[in-house]
Design a protein around this ligand. Structure first.
Ligand code: ATP
Length: 372
Protein backbone atom coordinates (compact mmCIF):
# COMPACT_ATOMS: atom_id res chain seq x y z
CA UNK A 1 0.00 0.00 0.00
CA UNK A 2 1.19 3.49 -0.77
CA UNK A 3 -0.14 6.40 1.24
CA UNK A 4 -3.85 6.30 1.82
CA UNK A 5 -4.78 5.20 -1.70
CA UNK A 6 -6.94 2.14 -1.53
CA UNK A 7 -5.52 -0.84 -3.35
CA UNK A 8 -8.27 -2.18 -5.53
CA UNK A 9 -6.87 -5.49 -6.66
CA UNK A 10 -8.58 -8.09 -8.85
CA UNK A 11 -11.96 -8.89 -7.32
CA UNK A 12 -12.37 -5.58 -5.50
CA UNK A 13 -15.76 -3.92 -6.01
CA UNK A 14 -16.20 -0.25 -5.13
CA UNK A 15 -19.41 1.75 -5.24
CA UNK A 16 -18.80 5.45 -4.94
CA UNK A 17 -21.84 7.65 -4.32
CA UNK A 18 -24.09 5.56 -6.56
CA UNK A 19 -27.65 6.75 -7.17
CA UNK A 20 -30.38 5.16 -9.28
CA UNK A 21 -33.81 6.61 -10.00
CA UNK A 22 -36.75 4.94 -11.69
CA UNK A 23 -38.93 7.87 -12.67
CA UNK A 24 -40.03 9.51 -9.42
CA UNK A 25 -38.75 6.65 -7.27
CA UNK A 26 -35.19 6.50 -5.96
CA UNK A 27 -34.06 2.87 -5.70
CA UNK A 28 -30.48 3.56 -4.55
CA UNK A 29 -29.30 6.78 -2.87
CA UNK A 30 -25.67 7.93 -2.88
CA UNK A 31 -24.51 4.51 -1.85
CA UNK A 32 -20.83 3.93 -1.16
CA UNK A 33 -19.40 0.50 -0.44
CA UNK A 34 -15.92 -0.94 -0.71
CA UNK A 35 -15.75 -4.72 -1.09
CA UNK A 36 -12.40 -6.45 -0.62
CA UNK A 37 -11.10 -9.05 -3.06
CA UNK A 38 -12.22 -12.51 -1.93
CA UNK A 39 -14.78 -11.13 0.49
CA UNK A 40 -18.24 -12.66 0.95
CA UNK A 41 -20.57 -9.72 1.38
CA UNK A 42 -24.35 -9.84 1.71
CA UNK A 43 -26.82 -7.11 0.86
CA UNK A 44 -29.64 -7.68 3.33
CA UNK A 45 -32.91 -5.85 3.71
CA UNK A 46 -36.66 -5.94 3.20
CA UNK A 47 -38.35 -6.01 -0.18
CA UNK A 48 -37.85 -2.81 -2.15
CA UNK A 49 -34.81 -1.48 -0.25
CA UNK A 50 -32.62 -1.52 -3.38
CA UNK A 51 -30.63 -4.76 -3.12
CA UNK A 52 -31.37 -6.07 -6.60
CA UNK A 53 -30.91 -2.68 -8.22
CA UNK A 54 -27.46 -2.41 -6.61
CA UNK A 55 -26.51 -5.85 -7.89
CA UNK A 56 -27.82 -5.13 -11.40
CA UNK A 57 -25.72 -1.96 -11.58
CA UNK A 58 -22.57 -3.90 -10.63
CA UNK A 59 -23.50 -6.51 -13.24
CA UNK A 60 -24.11 -3.90 -15.93
CA UNK A 61 -27.83 -4.56 -16.48
CA UNK A 62 -28.66 -1.07 -15.15
CA UNK A 63 -26.71 2.19 -15.36
CA UNK A 64 -26.41 4.46 -12.31
CA UNK A 65 -27.67 8.04 -12.64
CA UNK A 66 -24.77 9.29 -10.52
CA UNK A 67 -21.62 7.94 -8.93
CA UNK A 68 -18.96 5.47 -10.02
CA UNK A 69 -18.64 1.69 -9.88
CA UNK A 70 -15.21 0.07 -10.06
CA UNK A 71 -14.46 -3.61 -10.44
CA UNK A 72 -10.87 -4.77 -9.95
CA UNK A 73 -9.78 -1.15 -9.79
CA UNK A 74 -11.33 -0.10 -13.12
CA UNK A 75 -14.47 1.96 -13.64
CA UNK A 76 -17.11 -0.16 -15.36
CA UNK A 77 -19.38 2.75 -16.29
CA UNK A 78 -20.21 2.30 -19.95
CA UNK A 79 -18.68 -1.19 -20.03
CA UNK A 80 -21.30 -3.68 -21.27
CA UNK A 81 -22.30 -6.50 -18.91
CA UNK A 82 -20.61 -9.24 -20.90
CA UNK A 83 -17.27 -7.46 -20.78
CA UNK A 84 -17.22 -6.99 -17.01
CA UNK A 85 -15.20 -9.31 -14.79
CA UNK A 86 -18.39 -10.38 -13.00
CA UNK A 87 -20.98 -13.11 -13.41
CA UNK A 88 -24.48 -13.31 -12.01
CA UNK A 89 -26.50 -16.20 -10.59
CA UNK A 90 -30.22 -15.51 -10.34
CA UNK A 91 -32.94 -17.13 -8.31
CA UNK A 92 -34.70 -18.19 -11.50
CA UNK A 93 -31.89 -20.29 -12.89
CA UNK A 94 -32.92 -19.72 -16.52
CA UNK A 95 -31.33 -22.94 -17.75
CA UNK A 96 -32.00 -23.84 -21.39
CA UNK A 97 -34.50 -26.73 -21.19
CA UNK A 98 -33.60 -28.32 -24.53
CA UNK A 99 -29.89 -28.53 -23.65
CA UNK A 100 -27.98 -31.00 -21.54
CA UNK A 101 -26.28 -29.93 -18.32
CA UNK A 102 -22.88 -29.80 -20.06
CA UNK A 103 -24.30 -27.78 -22.98
CA UNK A 104 -25.86 -25.31 -20.56
CA UNK A 105 -22.54 -24.78 -18.80
CA UNK A 106 -20.63 -24.58 -22.11
CA UNK A 107 -23.00 -22.08 -23.72
CA UNK A 108 -21.24 -18.87 -22.69
CA UNK A 109 -17.81 -20.18 -23.70
CA UNK A 110 -19.13 -21.25 -27.11
CA UNK A 111 -20.56 -17.79 -27.67
CA UNK A 112 -17.08 -16.41 -27.08
CA UNK A 113 -15.61 -18.97 -29.55
CA UNK A 114 -13.43 -20.64 -26.93
CA UNK A 115 -11.51 -23.62 -28.43
CA UNK A 116 -13.41 -26.93 -28.11
CA UNK A 117 -10.78 -28.72 -26.00
CA UNK A 118 -10.64 -25.84 -23.55
CA UNK A 119 -14.44 -25.76 -23.29
CA UNK A 120 -14.50 -29.48 -22.50
CA UNK A 121 -11.89 -29.09 -19.79
CA UNK A 122 -13.46 -25.99 -18.20
CA UNK A 123 -16.99 -27.43 -18.22
CA UNK A 124 -15.72 -30.60 -16.54
CA UNK A 125 -13.92 -28.69 -13.84
CA UNK A 126 -16.89 -26.33 -13.25
CA UNK A 127 -19.17 -29.38 -12.89
CA UNK A 128 -16.65 -30.92 -10.47
CA UNK A 129 -16.78 -27.78 -8.34
CA UNK A 130 -20.51 -28.21 -7.82
CA UNK A 131 -20.32 -32.03 -7.69
CA UNK A 132 -22.48 -32.47 -10.77
CA UNK A 133 -20.11 -34.06 -13.29
CA UNK A 134 -22.00 -37.32 -13.40
CA UNK A 135 -25.11 -35.39 -14.51
CA UNK A 136 -23.32 -33.84 -17.52
CA UNK A 137 -25.53 -35.56 -20.12
CA UNK A 138 -28.88 -35.08 -18.38
CA UNK A 139 -31.41 -32.63 -19.72
CA UNK A 140 -31.70 -29.68 -17.35
CA UNK A 141 -35.45 -30.39 -17.03
CA UNK A 142 -34.59 -33.75 -15.42
CA UNK A 143 -32.93 -32.17 -12.39
CA UNK A 144 -34.20 -31.30 -8.92
CA UNK A 145 -34.31 -27.66 -7.79
CA UNK A 146 -31.06 -28.02 -5.87
CA UNK A 147 -29.33 -29.63 -8.84
CA UNK A 148 -30.53 -26.88 -11.18
CA UNK A 149 -29.18 -24.36 -8.72
CA UNK A 150 -25.78 -26.06 -8.82
CA UNK A 151 -25.78 -25.98 -12.64
CA UNK A 152 -26.62 -22.27 -12.62
CA UNK A 153 -23.63 -21.82 -10.34
CA UNK A 154 -21.38 -23.92 -12.59
CA UNK A 155 -22.49 -21.87 -15.58
CA UNK A 156 -21.25 -18.72 -13.83
CA UNK A 157 -18.05 -20.29 -12.45
CA UNK A 158 -17.01 -21.65 -15.85
CA UNK A 159 -16.14 -18.07 -16.83
CA UNK A 160 -13.71 -17.85 -13.90
CA UNK A 161 -14.95 -14.41 -12.86
CA UNK A 162 -13.21 -12.43 -10.11
CA UNK A 163 -16.62 -11.44 -8.77
CA UNK A 164 -19.78 -13.51 -8.52
CA UNK A 165 -23.09 -11.71 -7.99
CA UNK A 166 -25.84 -13.86 -6.49
CA UNK A 167 -29.45 -12.67 -6.35
CA UNK A 168 -31.38 -14.81 -3.85
CA UNK A 169 -29.89 -17.92 -5.50
CA UNK A 170 -31.30 -20.25 -2.83
CA UNK A 171 -34.74 -18.67 -2.69
CA UNK A 172 -36.50 -21.48 -4.54
CA UNK A 173 -35.14 -24.28 -2.37
CA UNK A 174 -36.83 -25.85 0.62
CA UNK A 175 -35.38 -25.07 4.01
CA UNK A 176 -33.18 -28.12 4.54
CA UNK A 177 -31.67 -28.02 1.06
CA UNK A 178 -31.22 -24.31 1.43
CA UNK A 179 -29.18 -24.75 4.61
CA UNK A 180 -27.03 -27.44 2.97
CA UNK A 181 -26.41 -25.21 -0.04
CA UNK A 182 -25.48 -22.30 2.24
CA UNK A 183 -22.67 -24.39 3.70
CA UNK A 184 -21.58 -25.61 0.27
CA UNK A 185 -21.58 -22.12 -1.22
CA UNK A 186 -19.56 -20.72 1.65
CA UNK A 187 -16.99 -23.53 1.36
CA UNK A 188 -16.76 -23.12 -2.40
CA UNK A 189 -16.31 -19.38 -2.05
CA UNK A 190 -13.48 -19.62 0.47
CA UNK A 191 -11.79 -22.34 -1.61
CA UNK A 192 -11.94 -20.35 -4.85
CA UNK A 193 -11.24 -16.96 -3.29
CA UNK A 194 -13.83 -15.30 -5.56
CA UNK A 195 -15.56 -12.15 -4.30
CA UNK A 196 -19.23 -12.96 -3.60
CA UNK A 197 -21.89 -10.27 -3.50
CA UNK A 198 -24.97 -12.02 -2.22
CA UNK A 199 -28.46 -10.52 -2.17
CA UNK A 200 -30.91 -11.91 0.35
CA UNK A 201 -33.82 -10.85 2.54
CA UNK A 202 -33.15 -13.84 4.81
CA UNK A 203 -31.18 -12.65 7.81
CA UNK A 204 -30.21 -16.19 8.90
CA UNK A 205 -28.67 -16.78 5.50
CA UNK A 206 -26.72 -13.52 5.63
CA UNK A 207 -25.51 -14.14 9.19
CA UNK A 208 -24.34 -17.68 8.49
CA UNK A 209 -22.39 -17.02 5.28
CA UNK A 210 -21.04 -13.48 5.12
CA UNK A 211 -17.75 -11.89 6.08
CA UNK A 212 -19.68 -8.63 6.22
CA UNK A 213 -23.34 -7.73 5.89
CA UNK A 214 -24.65 -4.47 4.43
CA UNK A 215 -28.09 -3.89 5.91
CA UNK A 216 -30.01 -1.71 3.49
CA UNK A 217 -32.89 0.64 4.11
CA UNK A 218 -34.58 2.78 1.55
CA UNK A 219 -31.71 2.74 -0.96
CA UNK A 220 -28.97 3.28 1.61
CA UNK A 221 -26.70 1.17 3.79
CA UNK A 222 -27.87 1.45 7.39
CA UNK A 223 -25.04 -0.65 8.86
CA UNK A 224 -22.06 -2.46 7.38
CA UNK A 225 -20.36 -4.92 9.71
CA UNK A 226 -19.65 -8.58 10.39
CA UNK A 227 -22.35 -10.90 11.72
CA UNK A 228 -21.25 -10.65 15.37
CA UNK A 229 -21.37 -6.86 15.33
CA UNK A 230 -24.65 -6.59 13.48
CA UNK A 231 -26.20 -9.03 15.93
CA UNK A 232 -24.71 -7.77 19.18
CA UNK A 233 -24.28 -4.07 18.41
CA UNK A 234 -26.88 -3.03 15.84
CA UNK A 235 -26.46 0.63 14.97
CA UNK A 236 -30.18 1.40 15.00
CA UNK A 237 -33.53 0.00 16.05
CA UNK A 238 -34.14 -0.80 12.35
CA UNK A 239 -31.10 -3.10 12.21
CA UNK A 240 -31.91 -4.52 15.64
CA UNK A 241 -35.40 -5.40 14.49
CA UNK A 242 -34.35 -6.81 11.13
CA UNK A 243 -31.55 -9.08 12.34
CA UNK A 244 -32.83 -11.61 14.85
CA UNK A 245 -35.90 -11.02 16.98
CA UNK A 246 -36.30 -8.28 19.57
CA UNK A 247 -38.49 -7.20 22.41
CA UNK A 248 -38.92 -3.44 22.15
CA UNK A 249 -39.95 -1.59 25.29
CA UNK A 250 -40.68 2.11 25.14
CA UNK A 251 -40.11 4.63 27.90
CA UNK A 252 -38.71 7.99 28.91
CA UNK A 253 -34.94 8.24 29.12
CA UNK A 254 -33.92 8.65 32.76
CA UNK A 255 -31.69 11.45 33.97
CA UNK A 256 -28.69 9.12 34.05
CA UNK A 257 -29.45 8.30 30.40
CA UNK A 258 -28.41 4.70 30.82
CA UNK A 259 -31.96 3.52 31.16
CA UNK A 260 -35.60 4.22 30.49
CA UNK A 261 -38.49 4.43 32.88
CA UNK A 262 -41.42 2.47 31.47
CA UNK A 263 -44.93 1.92 32.71
CA UNK A 264 -43.69 -1.43 34.02
CA UNK A 265 -40.50 -0.40 35.75
CA UNK A 266 -36.99 0.60 34.86
CA UNK A 267 -35.02 -0.89 31.97
CA UNK A 268 -31.30 -0.29 32.27
CA UNK A 269 -28.53 -0.65 29.73
CA UNK A 270 -24.76 -0.57 30.06
CA UNK A 271 -24.42 1.81 27.15
CA UNK A 272 -25.59 5.33 27.85
CA UNK A 273 -26.92 7.46 25.01
CA UNK A 274 -25.42 10.92 25.56
CA UNK A 275 -26.79 11.94 22.17
CA UNK A 276 -30.37 11.67 23.44
CA UNK A 277 -31.78 14.21 25.89
CA UNK A 278 -33.01 12.97 29.26
CA UNK A 279 -36.79 12.69 29.34
CA UNK A 280 -37.12 11.97 25.63
CA UNK A 281 -38.89 8.79 24.58
CA UNK A 282 -36.54 5.97 23.69
CA UNK A 283 -36.65 2.25 23.05
CA UNK A 284 -34.92 -0.58 24.82
CA UNK A 285 -34.30 -3.69 22.73
CA UNK A 286 -33.79 -7.07 24.36
CA UNK A 287 -33.44 -10.32 22.44
CA UNK A 288 -35.78 -13.16 23.43
CA UNK A 289 -32.80 -15.47 24.00
CA UNK A 290 -31.52 -13.11 26.73
CA UNK A 291 -34.81 -13.08 28.62
CA UNK A 292 -35.14 -15.41 31.63
CA UNK A 293 -38.62 -16.47 32.61
CA UNK A 294 -39.56 -17.98 35.97
CA UNK A 295 -42.59 -18.70 38.09
CA UNK A 296 -43.46 -15.51 39.98
CA UNK A 297 -43.78 -17.36 43.26
CA UNK A 298 -40.15 -18.45 42.96
CA UNK A 299 -39.17 -14.78 42.83
CA UNK A 300 -41.33 -14.11 45.90
CA UNK A 301 -44.70 -12.47 45.45
CA UNK A 302 -43.62 -9.42 47.41
CA UNK A 303 -40.06 -9.29 46.09
CA UNK A 304 -39.07 -5.67 45.60
CA UNK A 305 -39.17 -4.58 42.01
CA UNK A 306 -35.76 -4.12 40.49
CA UNK A 307 -34.48 -2.87 37.16
CA UNK A 308 -34.71 -5.26 34.21
CA UNK A 309 -37.52 -7.28 35.73
CA UNK A 310 -41.18 -7.28 34.75
CA UNK A 311 -44.11 -9.29 36.04
CA UNK A 312 -46.77 -10.75 33.81
CA UNK A 313 -48.99 -13.64 32.83
CA UNK A 314 -47.85 -16.45 30.58
CA UNK A 315 -50.20 -16.49 27.57
CA UNK A 316 -48.37 -18.86 25.25
CA UNK A 317 -45.72 -21.59 25.21
CA UNK A 318 -44.40 -22.97 21.91
CA UNK A 319 -41.93 -25.73 21.19
CA UNK A 320 -39.51 -24.51 18.51
CA UNK A 321 -37.27 -27.59 18.55
CA UNK A 322 -33.97 -26.34 19.95
CA UNK A 323 -35.71 -23.73 22.07
CA UNK A 324 -38.95 -23.18 23.95
CA UNK A 325 -40.66 -19.86 23.41
CA UNK A 326 -42.75 -18.08 26.03
CA UNK A 327 -45.12 -15.23 25.39
CA UNK A 328 -45.75 -13.11 28.47
CA UNK A 329 -48.42 -10.41 28.75
CA UNK A 330 -47.19 -7.51 30.88
CA UNK A 331 -49.94 -5.00 31.70
CA UNK A 332 -52.25 -3.93 28.89
CA UNK A 333 -49.80 -2.77 26.29
CA UNK A 334 -46.70 -4.95 26.40
CA UNK A 335 -45.84 -8.53 25.47
CA UNK A 336 -42.43 -9.98 26.15
CA UNK A 337 -41.05 -13.00 24.32
CA UNK A 338 -38.55 -15.24 26.11
CA UNK A 339 -36.71 -18.13 24.53
CA UNK A 340 -34.82 -20.78 26.49
CA UNK A 341 -32.81 -23.78 25.26
CA UNK A 342 -35.18 -26.76 25.38
CA UNK A 343 -33.03 -28.99 27.69
CA UNK A 344 -33.17 -26.48 30.56
CA UNK A 345 -36.38 -24.64 29.73
CA UNK A 346 -38.58 -23.94 32.78
CA UNK A 347 -41.80 -25.95 33.02
CA UNK A 348 -44.53 -23.34 32.98
CA UNK A 349 -48.16 -23.45 31.94
CA UNK A 350 -50.35 -20.89 30.22
CA UNK A 351 -52.01 -18.77 32.89
CA UNK A 352 -49.04 -18.89 35.28
CA UNK A 353 -47.93 -15.65 36.88
CA UNK A 354 -44.29 -15.20 35.86
CA UNK A 355 -41.37 -12.80 36.03
CA UNK A 356 -39.20 -11.95 33.04
CA UNK A 357 -35.71 -10.65 33.68
CA UNK A 358 -32.51 -9.99 31.78
CA UNK A 359 -29.03 -8.68 32.32
CA UNK A 360 -28.16 -5.02 31.94
CA UNK A 361 -25.57 -6.00 29.28
CA UNK A 362 -28.33 -7.50 27.12
CA UNK A 363 -30.16 -4.20 26.73
CA UNK A 364 -29.62 -1.84 23.79
CA UNK A 365 -31.03 1.67 23.85
CA UNK A 366 -32.22 3.37 20.68
CA UNK A 367 -33.88 6.58 19.69
CA UNK A 368 -37.52 5.94 18.90
CA UNK A 369 -37.71 4.76 15.30
CA UNK A 370 -41.14 4.80 13.78
CA UNK A 371 -40.09 2.63 10.85
CA UNK A 372 -38.53 -0.13 12.94
P1 ATP B 1 -36.78 -7.45 -3.47
O1 ATP B 1 -36.21 -8.11 -2.27
O2 ATP B 1 -38.28 -7.40 -3.44
O3 ATP B 1 -36.23 -7.93 -4.76
P2 ATP B 1 -34.98 -5.19 -3.53
O4 ATP B 1 -34.45 -4.76 -2.23
O5 ATP B 1 -34.11 -6.01 -4.40
O6 ATP B 1 -36.39 -5.89 -3.33
P3 ATP B 1 -35.15 -3.43 -5.77
O7 ATP B 1 -35.68 -4.49 -6.68
O8 ATP B 1 -33.76 -3.02 -5.95
O9 ATP B 1 -35.39 -3.85 -4.27
O10 ATP B 1 -36.11 -2.17 -5.90
C1 ATP B 1 -35.86 -0.94 -5.25
C2 ATP B 1 -36.96 0.05 -5.59
O11 ATP B 1 -36.89 0.40 -6.97
C3 ATP B 1 -38.36 -0.47 -5.36
O12 ATP B 1 -39.15 0.55 -4.85
C4 ATP B 1 -38.81 -0.90 -6.74
O13 ATP B 1 -40.21 -0.77 -6.86
C5 ATP B 1 -38.09 0.09 -7.63
N1 ATP B 1 -37.76 -0.51 -8.94
C6 ATP B 1 -36.91 -1.54 -9.15
N2 ATP B 1 -36.80 -1.82 -10.46
C7 ATP B 1 -37.62 -0.95 -11.12
C8 ATP B 1 -37.94 -0.70 -12.49
N3 ATP B 1 -37.40 -1.44 -13.47
N4 ATP B 1 -38.82 0.28 -12.75
C9 ATP B 1 -39.34 1.03 -11.77
N5 ATP B 1 -39.09 0.86 -10.47
C10 ATP B 1 -38.23 -0.10 -10.13
Amino acid sequence: RTGTDPVEGPGAVVLDGVTKHYGEATAVREMSLSIEPGEFISLLGPSGCGKTTTLRMIAGFEQPDAGDIRVSGRSVLGVPAYRRDVNTVFQAYALFPHMSVAENVAYGLQQRRTPKAEIRERVASALDLVQMRRFADRKSTQLSGGQQQRIALARALVNRPSVLLLDEPLGALDRQLREEMQLELKLLQSRLGITFVFVTHDQGEALSMSDRIAIMRDGRIEQLADADTVYARPSSAYVAAFVGQQNFIEGALTASRDGIATAHGIVQATTARPDLPAGSVAQAAIRPEFVEVADASAAGEDAPTRPNLVRGTLIGVSHLGETMQYLVRVGDDLSVIARRPTPDAPRLAVGDEVVCSWRTESVQLFALDAAA
